[in-house]
Ligand binder design. Structure first.
Ligand code: RIB
Length: 309
């Protein structure tokens, strides 16, 4: 089996997660029942998921010079990520996220601060150009500054490297920013934001995906939570259901999906097989607490695949 070479250009944050039976209202304090802290950030979560799914992963990110940076550096070492392009910035904190998880529903809400992630420069990205050029897949999200994302995409395009863009969190982007993306992977909220269309059921999701193709992306994959994933290209529409599981924390499920999807594409899976693989990885992750630490290993994904499809 070919090992997929994945470069992730993305964020690194420390997650501070609070579990509660209900979210507080404005001006209200509720007493939660559990607190977790650990490595997170969409870039780091996706890199972790890709490595655990069997990829050889290069991480390109920027940290501060504080204790939070140590949490992430130790995590990258444990997970076997290539850390040559994990940079440090002075005078700025490592990114962080305050995450509230509603225990009853497994749902979350998040405030993230980019911190050092915002300081990734074009030179930082250009130093990683040889790694991007040698990759099977470049995987990006939008939690770092957008110029850095655009530079990484341009390097990938120059070298014919396939790209997966998870356009999260949803935000205004410059005109033409998405042109040439090979696989564009919004969730329902992001698909609605970028298409300007509602996404509350499968028909609406197909219409939104078609509108997203008009932005110049080649393939759209909308992640639909419990309903799995929807693949839409110029010529195809494929809904790919996901195995049912009991979710206790959905934070980072989309990240796990993207990391595993990139590995499957890099190994040469066809699109439906790659989406099944990614669905199984995400399904396992929601049965566990936390973000990066909740991502499953290859053998777990394969076991659920065998049972489910
Ligand atoms: O997608 C989940 C991630 O979003 C969390 O790990 C948090 O850091 C935020 O960036």
């Amino acid at each position: 089996m070919k090992t997929a070479r994945i470069v992730v250009v993305g964020s690194a944050l420390v997650d501070y997660t609070f579990f509660t039976s209900r979210f507080p209202g404005d001006g209200e304090t509720v007493v939660g029942d559990e607190f977790l802290t650990g490595p997170g950030g969409k870039g780091s979560n996706q890199a972790t998921a890709a490595a655990r799914a069997g990829g050889e992963v290069v991480m390109v990110t920027k940290l501060g010079e504080d204790s939070a940076a140590g949490v992430l550096r130790r995590h990258y070492e444990t997970e076997g990520l290539d850390r040559r392009f994990v940079y440090s910035a002075t005078g700025v904190a490592t990114g962080g996220a305050a995450i509230e998880v509603n225990r009853e529903r497994g749902e979350n809400r998040i405030i993230m601060i980019k911190g050092a992630n915002e300081r990734l420069t074009l030179d930082d990205i250009r130093r990683a150009a040889p790694a991007i050029a040698a990759a099977d897949i470049l995987l990006v999200q939008l939690e770092i500054n957008l110029d850095a994302v655009a530079e990484a995409m341009a390097i990938a395009a120059k070298h014919g490297v396939r790209t997966v863009m998870n356009p999260a969190p949803a935000q205004p982007v410059p005109e033409g920013f998405f042109t040439g993306v090979d696989f564009f992977t919004p969730n329902e909220t992001e698909a609605a934001f970028y298409s300007g269309l509602p996404v509350t059921n499968r028909e609406e999701a197909v219409a939104a995906a078609r509108r997203l193709l008009e932005l110049g992306v080649r393939n759209v994959v909308i992640t639909l939570g419990r309903a799995g994933a929807l693949y839409v290209s110029e010529s195809e529409v494929h809904p790919v259901p996901t195995p049912p599981v009991r979710a206790i924390d959905t934070t980072g499920a989309g990240d796990t999906f993207n990391g595993a999807f990139a590995v499957a594409l890099g190994e040469g899976f066809d699109i439906v097989a790659a989406l099944r693989f990614a669905n199984c990885a995400a399904a396992i992750s929601v049965t566990r607490k936390g973000t990066s630490p909740a991502t499953p290993r290859r053998e777990e994904i394969e076991a659920l695949l065998r049972q489910s499809y």
